[in-house]
Each structure stands twice: as C-alpha cells, then as structure tokens.
Design a protein around this ligand. Structure first.
Ligand SMILES: [Zn+2]
Length: 547
C-alpha cells in the first residue's frame, strides 16, 4: 500500500463518545487549553524540563501512530510507511507535513529526511501564550517524527528543527537522521527524550525536601525543649557571662559527652549539671549527685561502686552503688578534684570501659551513664604538681563549662535575690516577705566569696531576723553592711550623725562621677581642695576607729 491511498474517512470512526482511528482511542483537546498547559509547564518546570516533557509526549504519539499504521496496513516499503505517517499526522491537524527529501538504505541502517511543517499549531500555541521564540520550539512535532520514524525503521532516528514559525519563519523546517549520521551534534538533543533526568531531578528535590523537613522537625524539637525544660529550672539570667554558659549548656545537653563544670564554691555547679540533665535525652531517667570530697575514700568507693556482702567489715548485705543507680541517667560527681589517686584511676576506668565492679566482686557490670563532674580546684595546676591524673582530666573535660562567680555577674544578683525571697517566703511561711530597696546596694557591692549559696543563706538569715517580713540593712550580716561603699540611703536608715551623712553623700556623688573628684566637687558646689580635705578627714577617722 502507498501513502497516497490513506483516507481520513476510512481511518477514523466518528460517532458520539467515540473518536477511534482504526480502533485506537483519541480525544480532542482545545488548542488554547493545550497552549495554556504548555505555558504552565514552562513556568513551573522550567524551559528545559517543559521541552523534555513535550518532546516525550510527541514521541509517544509518533510511536503509537507508527504502530497503528504498521499493524493495520501492509506498506510497499518503509519510506511509504513514513510518508503515510506524515499524511496521518497532517490529518490529525497538528501541522501540514511536506517531505522535501528522504533517503533510506535498509542495508546500511542509514537514514536522512528533510521535512517542512506548514501551519504548525505548536508554534501557533507558543506565539499565542508566550510570544516569539529565539530558538525553534516545535518540540511535540520533533518528538513525533523521532518516535514515528524510529519505531518504523527499528533504529534510533532523531529529528532536529532547524528553523521555526515561532521565530518568525514562514514554515518550520526539520532534519531527521540516524544516530550515527548525526555524530556528536545530536548529543544534547538526545537528553530531551530521556525520562530519567526528570525523574532524577524529582528524586533529588524530594530528597532535599525530606532533609529540610527532618531539619525542621529537629529545630521544632529543640525549640520545644528550650521552651519546656529550660524555663522551670532556671530563673531570669541578666548577665552576658552566664547567658553564654547556658547557651553552651543547651548545645552540649543533647549529646552524651562528659562535661566538666568548674567554678568557685557555691557558684551553682550542681544546678547547672541538673539543668544539662533535664535538657538531655536522659531527662526522664535518674539524676544522681555525689559529693566526692565529703566522704573518706573507702566509703566513697562503696558508695559509688556498691559492694558484695562480707567484702569488708560492716558490709552485711549486697549494695548497689550510685553508678548502677544512675544507669540510663546522669551521675554528677562534685568535688572531683578532692578524690585520691586510687579513686582517680577507678573513675578513669568507668569512663573508658563504661563498666563498674562492685567492691568484693570480680565480674564487671555494664553501666549506661552520662558523667558530669565538677570542681572548684584548678585541675591543671594539680596535674602540674602530680596530684591529678592528666588522662582523667582529658576524659572529663570533653566539654568544660566555667560557672562565673557571682561578683562577675552582678546583673544576676537582684533576680537571684527575688528568687530566694520567693523561696524563703514559702519555706518559712512568711507572707509578704520582701526586701527593702535600701538593701540592694549592699547586696550588689558585696564580693560574695560564697557565691549563690551565700546569697541564699543571707536571704534566709535576713528573713528570719525581719519581724514583719520587711528585710532591712540591719538584717544583713555585718560583712555585707560594713563595706566602705555604704549607700547613702542605707546610711539614712541607720540614724547617722551629720558627719556620717556627709561622708556617705560625698561617696555617693563620687560613685556617680566614677571617682572623678573635680566633677564631684562641681556637683557638691565645693572646691576640689575642700573635697580632698573632707576625704582625708574621713580616712583619718577610719584609722582612728580601726585602732
Ligand atoms: Zn516550529
């Protein structure tokens, strides 16, 4: 059969609900609707991916038509089949196809064809929705002929559109050749017929999305943890120094790393250790705190490791040690700098092996614990003097946190004071317990060698001494009030002499000017020499009273 024998009315069965060319089901689309889809594809997937999708669409259509024509008719030769394809395609209305030349040698597997597409509806769509194009854009047409001829000949043939109506040309013009004849020129075009690049891109995007989502979930968890676990155990922190410590504590809490907390006595090392435990994945498990410095070595060993009955005098029953009690949780070893060398070695083994041996036993038991240690000692100095094992130090100080002394974070004194007043009010059942503002300067000027613990004790003492719940300077312990930097308000409360009042006032103004005497003299409306004299007489008085 020859291509010219093909007739539309014989090919297609037109009846309501069925448009079936030779039994193949076809539907009609509005050209404008398709043009819109084309634009959406370009806008959402990008030009390259839209081109690939539409090329594939044409490719499948071409293969379907080729298969249809091959199955239903017997063609004189392959060229007639291809001519019939052009005719069918023209009948379908996408374009009017005119073959300019076709060369096919079945023996050599070579193929070459030049074709013109008149009235390309695809170019029309493009011009209608997008506008004129810089390059040929009849991707469906190119795909169609690539699919049709490849299936018809059983070899890979590719069509490239050379010029296009969408570029302002009268007709679209394309060339089709077998893969070998194209050579390297065809390489970038072949990709448009491959699906895996789209699939790969979607997979890549899905993967990125999955990673982003999991990161988002992680952040949400972190925020939730910060919002719930951190707040109840910590009071307002105003100082930069302590905020920094908490920031690092928040980070390290989530990991199982050993933490060494350093800082002066009473600075709040245990509070920080508990805080880390509460933020950690072990928060639902036990937190065990041991003061290693408070126990003699033999007792400490049995306390930490446990013992077997009869292992020493007084060991009546088997005893589970604190390491075992803290299993799955956190153990806080306070005053780690106070333990003996033998105990240092035993703790080093726990850190290395994550197992313990009860006193009097010879089998090791596994323990899953997080260790947080603390000390007020200078461990580096102890190492230098051979009093602390260097290997233990490095095992303990995977992350080292230094709790600043209270005097280094004066901004926190007031919020801490209010926190303890609230606590004492409940503990001592003193309603309306409050601190008089005249006390605040004393609290802030004091050096607090005993740190937060000393502050808590001072507040408890003052609360007990205050008769009506109003804490006044006279309720504070003498070392606090007897500082040279007495506040003026505080002096007024103590029924001072005129001299004392004058001195306190001068000191207040000097504080205000940061010790600048000429500025202070100006405010006091006296000469600088008079100010000097008054200050000298004050120190003279102090010498007198001190002797
Ligand atoms: Zn075109």
């Amino acid at each position: 059969m020859k291509a010219e024998d093909l007739r539309l009315d014989e090919l297609v069965n037109f009846s309501e609900g069925a448009l079936t060319p030779r039994g193949r089901e076809v539907v009609l689309h509005s050209l404008h609707a398709f043009a819109q889809i084309r634009k959406d594809l370009i806008d959402t997937a990008g030009l390259e991916h839209a081109r690939s999708i539409l090329s594939r669409f044409g490719y499948f259509q071409g293969q379907a038509d080729a298969s249809d024509l091959m199955n239903n008719f017997k063609w004189d030769d392959k060229v007639e089949l291809i001519r019939a394809g052009c005719k069918l395609h023209s009948l379908e209305g996408i374009s009017r196809d005119i073959i300019n030349s076709v060369e096919h040698n079945p023996g050599s597997q070579r193929f070459r064809m030049e074709i013109s597409w008149y009235d390309s509806k695809e170019a029309q769509e493009h011009l209608y929705t997008i506008g004129s194009a810089a390059e040929p854009i009849c991707w469906i047409l190119t795909g169609y002929f690539t699919g049709f001829v490849s299936l018809s000949l059983g070899i890979d043939v590719y069509f490239i559109e050379q010029s296009c109506k969408a570029q302002g040309e009268k007709v679209c013009h394309a060339v089709g050749k077998d893969l070998a004849s194209w050579g390297s020129e065809i390489k970038p075009y072949v990709d448009y017929f491959k699906t895996h690049d789209i699939k790969l891109r979607i997979e890549k995007l899905t993967d990125q999305l999955r990673q982003k989502s999991s990161l988002l979930r992680k952040y949400e968890k972190e925020i939730a943890a910060l919002g719930t676990a951190a707040k109840p155990s910590f009071i307002e922190i105003h100082s930069k120094a302590y905020k920094q410590v908490l920031f690092v504590a928040n980070k390290v809490a989530r990991f199982d790393s050993t933490v060494l907390i350093t800082g002066e006595t009473g600075a709040g090392k245990e509070v920080l250790a508990k805080y880390i435990h509460q933020l950690s994945p072990r928060s639902k498990q036990t937190f065990v705190a041991v003061n290693c410095g408070a126990l003699p070595e033999s007792l400490l060993e049995s306390e930490l490791f446990g013992h077997k009955a009869g292992s020493f005098t007084g060991a009546v029953k088997d005893r589970v040690g604190l390491f075992e009690k803290a299993d799955k949780g956190t153990i806080f070893l306070d005053e780690i700098g106070d333990i003996s060398e033998a105990m240092q070695l035993k703790i080093l083994r726990v850190l290395q092996e994550r197992e313990i041996m009860r006193v009097g036993e010879s089998t090791a038991r596994k323990v899953d614990i997080r260790i947080i240690a603390a000390t007020n000692k200078d461990l580096q100095d102890m190492i230098a003097h051979g009093r602390f094992r260097e290997d233990l130090y490095y095992r303990l100080s995977v992350m080292e946190l230094r709790v600043p002394a209270l005097r280094e974070r004066k901004e926190d004194i007031l919020p801490l004071t209010r926190f303890f007043i609230d606590r004492m009010s409940r503990k001592l059942h003193i309603r309306n317990l409050h601190i008089d503002s005249s006390c605040i300067d004393y609290l802030q000027d004091y050096g607090w060698p005993g740190n937060v613990r000393e502050l808590e004790n001072v507040i408890e003492r003052a609360a007990i001494l205050s008769s009506d719940g109003n804490i006044l300077p006279q309720h504070l312990p003498p070392p606090l009030v007897n500082t040279s930097k007495k506040s003026f308000d505080a002096v007024l409360h103590a029924n001072p002499s005129l001299d004392d009042m004058e001195q306190a006032y001068i000191e207040r103004i000097l504080n205000l000017t940061g010790g600048n005497k000429s500025k202070a003299a100006r405010i006091l409306r006296i000469d600088v020499s008079t100010l000097w004299r008054k200050l000298k007489s004050d120190s003279g008085q102090h010498r007198k009273s001190n002797t």
